[in-house]
Design a protein. Structure first.
Length: 331
C-alpha cells in the first residue's frame, strides 16, 4: 500500500446529511409542487376572474344543498343551466366552467366539466342562444381625431385623458397593461418612446417585452408629445415615479391612486362614446393599421399576438366598401 492510499484511509467519513449542497428528494418535490401551482394559477387578472366565478358557484351550491368541491356532473349541469336561463352570455357561462375546472385541477380532483354529456349540454346552450361573442367595436381614425381635438388640454383631466387615449391606441395596449404602466416603464429617445411591460396576458413569466411609440407629424395627435405633456404636469406636482395614470380628487387635484381598469374603461366611454370600451383602442389599432397596409407581422409586433388567427379575429373590417378586393379587379 502506497502513502497516498494510506492517507485516503485515514480521512474522516462525513455523513451525507452534513453536506450542505445535498438536498433530499422531498425538498425537490416541495419546490416542484410550488412551481406547478404557480404555473396553474395563471395571471393575476385571471385569478381574480376565477375567484369571483368560483364564489358564485359555491354560493349557489350552498343555497341548493350541493357539494362544490368535489362537484358532480349533475350539480355543475344544473348550475350552468341556471346561468343560461338567467340570460347570461355563452362566454360568461364558459368562464364559470373554466373556474370550476381550475379549482378541481388545483385540488387534484376529477374535473366534472370534462364529462361527455356535460360538453353536449354546453353545445346545446351555445346553439340555442345563437350568440356570437360580442367584440369591442372599432372606431375610424377620423372619428378618433375629432374626439381628440375636442378635449380641453388646459384641464388636468384633459391632459391625462388625451395621453391615455393616444398611448392606448398607438401601443395597442390591453386595458390592464395600460392601467399598470409606471413612470419608470417609459424610455424616451430621438425616435419616440419605448414602454417596458413587466407583465401582460401573453407575458406571464416576467420576460422582457416592449412596445415602441413613435412621434407623429401632427403635434395634436402625437402620442409621444401627449405623454410628455402629462409627465410634465405630474412632475410639477412632485410625481417622478409610480403609476402613470392616476385619478383625481375633487377640484382636479391629483391623487396617488392608480386608475383601475374599470375607471379607465369609463374614461374611454366618456370621451369616445358609450358604445366603445377600453378594448376598442386595441381593436381599432388592428383595423386602422390593416386598412393602411400593415401586414400581420407588423401588427403582431405591437399587439404581441402569437398567431395570425387572432389578428383576423381582432380586425374589424365590417364595412363592405373597406378592404374589398373588387376594387382591385382593374375594371
Amino acid at each position: 500500500m502506497d502513502q497516498a492510499q494510506s492517507e485516503d484511509q485515514n480521512l474522516p467519513i462525513i455523513p451525507i446529511q452534513q453536506l450542505g449542497a445535498a438536498r433530499s428528494i422531498d425538498d425537490y418535490a416541495e419546490s416542484a409542487a410550488r412551481y406547478v401551482t404557480t404555473g396553474q394559477q395563471g395571471a393575476l387578472n385571471t385569478q381574480r376572474a376565477y375567484a369571483g366565478d368560483w364564489q358564485r358557484f359555491t354560493t349557489w351550491c350552498l343555497e341548493h344543498g350541493r357539494e362544490s368541491l368535489p362537484a358532480d356532473v349533475p350539480t355543475v349541469a344544473a348550475f350552468v343551466t341556471s346561468l343560461a336561463d338567467s340570460n347570461k352570455k355563452v362566454a360568461t357561462i364558459q368562464r364559470h366552467c373554466a373556474s370550476i375546472s381550475k379549482a378541481h385541477q388545483l385540488a387534484r380532483l376529477p374535473t366534472p366539466t370534462d364529462d361527455r354529456q356535460f360538453k353536449e349540454l354546453m353545445e346545446g346552450i351555445s346553439r340555442e342562444k345563437r350568440l356570437r361573442q360580442k367584440q369591442a367595436p372599432a372606431f375610424t381614425l377620423a372619428y378618433f381625431k375629432r374626439v381628440l381635438f375636442g378635449i380641453d388640454s388646459t384641464r388636468p383631466d384633459g391632459l391625462r385623458d388625451r395621453a391615455l387615449l393616444l398611448l392606448g391606441l398607438a401601443g395597442a395596449f390591453r386595458r390592464d397593461e395600460l392601467a399598470s404602466i409606471d413612470i419608470e416603464h417609459l424610455r424616451f429617445d430621438e425616435d419616440g418612446l419605448v414602454v417596458d411591460l413587466p407583465h401582460s396576458k401573453t407575458n406571464q413569466k416576467g420576460e422582457a417585452e416592449e412596445k415602441a411609440i413613435f412621434f407623429s407629424p401632427d403635434r395634436r395627435s402625437c402620442p409621444v408629445r401627449a405623454v410628455k405633456e402629462w409627465l410634465t404636469h405630474l412632475e410639477q406636482h412632485g410625481r417622478t415615479d409610480g403609476p402613470l395614470f392616476v385619478s383625481f380628487h375633487k377640484g382636479q387635484r391629483l391623487s396617488r391612486r392608480r386608475l383601475s381598469t374599470f375607471s379607465l374603461n369609463e374614461i374611454v366611454q366618456l370621451r369616445l362614446g358609450a358604445q366603445y370600451t377600453a378594448h376598442s383602442l386595441r381593436a381599432s389599432f388592428v383595423t386602422i393599421a390593416k386598412l393602411n397596409g400593415a401586414d400581420d407581422s407588423e401588427v403582431m409586433n405591437q399587439t404581441k399576438h402569437k398567431t395570425t388567427d387572432m389578428i383576423r379575429r381582432y380586425t374589424r373590417l365590417d364595412n363592405i366598401r373597406q378592404h374589398n378586393a373588387s376594387q382591385k379587379l382593374g375594371l
